[in-house]
Design a binder for this molecule. Sequence first.
Ligand code: ATP
Ligand code: MG
Length: 214
Amino acid sequence: MITIALSKGRIFEETLPLLAAAGIVPSEAPESSRKLIIGTNRDDVRLIIVRATDVPTYVQYGAADLGVAGKDVLLEHGGAGVYQPLDLEIAKCSLMVAVQQGFDYLGAVQQGARLRVATKYTDCAREHFAGKGVHIDLIKLYGSMELAPLVGLADCIVDLVSTGGTLKANNLVAVEHVRDISSRLIVNQAALKLKHDQLQPIIDTFAATVAARH
Ligand code: ATP
Ligand code: MG
């Protein structure tokens, strides 16, 4: 049996065509079903539906052989025990620094001000500001980062941005690009050896499908 860990929403939707190319069709949609284990047309392949941040953990411990996870999630997880053989180029966005409209971010940085930074991505944020020589106080949040500057919890946030619509709706502006983000295929290292004959064709088909999009 091959187990593939996915999260609901954009990652599931954008992985569907890759699965289809490998001849794998889920028997249910996770949005309409409450099942956490979803069968497929192939007796030897099943999907498990977990939180996006939990995908690397299931793959690391071998509870899933394959998974799809955002680079943001992989950077914070650290990537122990998982291979990242393939950038799937799906769920693309950017990790950005954003501030409330009118906050003079460049001025604050130039004056050497200490910044309060709210984010879910504490490792990425710490590394980014250390690289710039900016001193920060980090405030760990688990969601709705956009709120933090509006109520005085933080001077800026580090968050994922795609269209910028959520920032705009909350009177925030992106002021600095931290890094580009996309989702990767991840593989349990032991499974790649033990189930090589089953896994490698799926990995190869995903790679060919991504390459054919260029
Ligand atoms: P939830 O939104 O349910 O709290 P989550 O934020 O962990 O959970 P998603 O919003 O589905 O889950 O995000 C999953 C992955 O998709 C992220 O890890 C990231 O790589 C990518 N992603 C997040 N936001 C965007 C976005 N606005 N545009 C494109 N990709 C995104
Ligand atoms: Mg989200």
